[in-house]
Structures are given as C-alpha cells and as structure tokens.
Design a protein around this ligand. Structure first.
Ligand code: CP
Length: 321
C-alpha cells in the first residue's frame, strides 16, 4: 500500500478486519517488520489520539518514529507556488517535503480543511503535494476531507460490539459552537457504505455530505425517525459541506440544541451504543448521561486507533519490501 486515504486502499475489507483482530490479539507479532525503518508523523493541526496511537502503532512494529509539529518549532511553510515569499513564511513546502522525506521511510500527515476554498480543500491540496513530491508512502492522519484511520477504528469497534449480523448504524449531525471540517463524517459514510451495515445519515437541511462519500446512503432529516431501532449512534458535528449551496461552504448554519444526543433520542433506539471520535464537547454534541452510559463506546473506539494504525503501517512496510 503506497497511499492510505480511503477504504478502497485496504482492498478486501473482511480480510483487513481479520488482520485487525489478529493484531489486537498480539499487537507485537510483527515487531521485526519495522526494524531500521522510520515513520515521520507531520502535524499541521493539533491532536491527542492520532499522535499517540500512531506512534504506538509504529513502535508495535519496531519502527523509529519522528513527530513534527509544523507550527511549533519548524519554519512557517508557504504552500502556494508562485508566491513572492516576502511575508512571515520562510520555507516552501516544495523544498520541505523532499527534505523531510529524506529522513524517513513512511510519512503520515495531518492537515485540516482551511475553509478558504472548497475546491482547494476537496482537491486535498496539501496531502497531494506530499504524495507527489515525497517519493514515500503517505498515509492520511486526517486531511481536509477524510479521516480514514478513525473510520477504520470505528468499523473495528462496530465489528466487536455488534449484536446482530447487519446492525443499523446512524450518523447524526449534532451542534457545535465552531465550524468543523467534514473529514470524519465523510470517511465514516464512505466506510459504512463499504461495510455490511444498514446505514442512515441524519442532519438538518443544508448539511448534505458530498455525494463522493455519502453515496446512496439513506438520508433522513427527522433525527428521531432516523434513530428508531438503531444499534449504533455515531454523533459528529460538521460545517456546511457546500453541496447544495457552494457559497455556504464551511459555514455554521445551525446550532439547534434539539439535535444534541440525549436520553430522549436514545430511548427510541435498539438500546444503541453511542460513538464519537473525540474530542467531544459535552452537552453540545452529547449529554453527560449518554457519553457516560455503559452503552458508550468512545473509549474502546479511541483505543482501536492503535489497531487501525498498526494494520495500515504493517501494510505499508510490507509494500516497501
Ligand atoms: N479522533 C481524533 O483524531 O483525535 P485527535 O484529533 O485527538 O487526534
């Protein structure tokens, strides 16, 4: 595997899940694979889970790990070609990428949407430059539009906790004070569409996800109706994806607190598990009672980030051979 950004990059999903379970049972099984190999993890944005779980995954495989916080200690990077660099940016990404690549074997990059241009965000302007100019395998640690390591961990968690063969999984929008990217819901929709689940998306009008990710998933604008009989509730805020009105891209169109996931909505589910990728704003996205309930999976889900990252790095190491 040379690039990891999509569920398609894993190939057979059933085999990938089997591999995840094998690694979960013995996470050091492949610790010889990464000997004398280096993973470089580059963060343009903050992280707790991705940073720690991916470092742990690399260590599980015997790799060396370098972590770079671009905004803390590195030169400020220019990302646009053709700019006269007379401002505060001292280095261009076009030099920085091959230099960084010369110190490692595999590169992970986190770079969120800027909301300055839908076209630039959805063309993955930063990540694609890493793919094009690094000459090294690149995995997405949350980009402008996708968060595949999270969705893989979410799917592993659903596999572990499902109580029927084909569970009903509901992705619900929930309110948030600030504009957040669509990376998590985009990837979650993409991965659920590829999995053996009955998938429903619910959100207020105007929050329609990009068809590239949501595909033919059922969209239900009535949140209570969507929750009926659900086995898993996956809550997340996202800003306007700009699908129906491009001029609204990245805007907060609603802060409707009736969408906060509470016992009221959970009561109509099939005793559903609650999921969220974290970090989460309590009593905006979800009430204290729901996130603290025995049916909440937010901690096992975060723990599975180590497993999804170990599978991905293992596959990338195998492709280096
Ligand atoms: N879920 C997730 O990616 O968490 P971090 O932003 O803390 O890495």
């Amino acid at each position: 595997m040379k690039v990891f950004r999509s569920v398609k990059d894993l190939g057979n999903l059933e085999l990938a899940l089997k591999e995840a379970m094998e690694i979960k049972a013995d996470r050091y099984k492949y610790q010889e694979l990464g000997k004398n190999k280096t993973a470089l993890l580059i963060f343009f944005n903050n992280s707790l889970r991705t940073r720690l779980s991916t470092q742990k995954a690399a260590m599980n495989l015997g790799m060396n790990v370098i972590v770079l916080d671009v905004n803390q200690g590195a030169w400020k990077l220019e990302t646009e070609r053709g700019v006269v660099m007379d401002g505060d940016k001292s280095e261009h990404l076009l030099e920085a990428i091959p230099v960084m690549a010369s110190y490692c074997d595999i590169i992970g990059v986190r770079s969120f949407a800027t909301f300055e241009s839908r076209e630039d965000d959805y063309n993955e302007k930063i990540l694609n430059q890493f793919i094009q100019y690094s000459g090294k395998p690149v995995f997405f640690m949350e980009s402008a539009t996708v968060h595949p390591l999270q969705s893989f961990a979410d799917l592993i968690t659903i596999e572990e906790y499902k109580e029927r063969k084909r569970p009903k999984v509901v992705l619900t929008w929930a309110p948030h004070p600030k504009a957040l990217p669509q990376a998590v819901p985009n990837s979650f929709a993409e991965w659920m569409n590829a999995a053996d689940v009955d998938f429903v998306v619910t959100h207020p009008e105007g929050y329609e996800l990009d068809p590239e990710f949501v595909g033919n998933a059922k969209v239900e604008y009535d949140q209570m109706k969507a929750f009926e009989g659900a086995d898993f509730i996956y809550a997340k805020n996202w800003s306007c994806p700009g699908v129906t009105r491009p001029e609204d891209y990245g805007k907060v169109l609603s802060k409707d607190m009736s969408w906060t996931v509470s016992e009221r909505q959970m009561a109509v589910t099939n005793n559903a598990h609650f999921m969220h990728c974290l970090p989460v704003r309590r009593n905006m996205i979800v009430t204290d009672d729901v996130i603290e309930s025995p049916r909440s999976l937010v901690i096992p889900e975060a723990a599975n980030r180590e497993i999804s990252a170990t599978v991905v790095l293992k596959r990338m190491l195998e492709a280096l051979k």
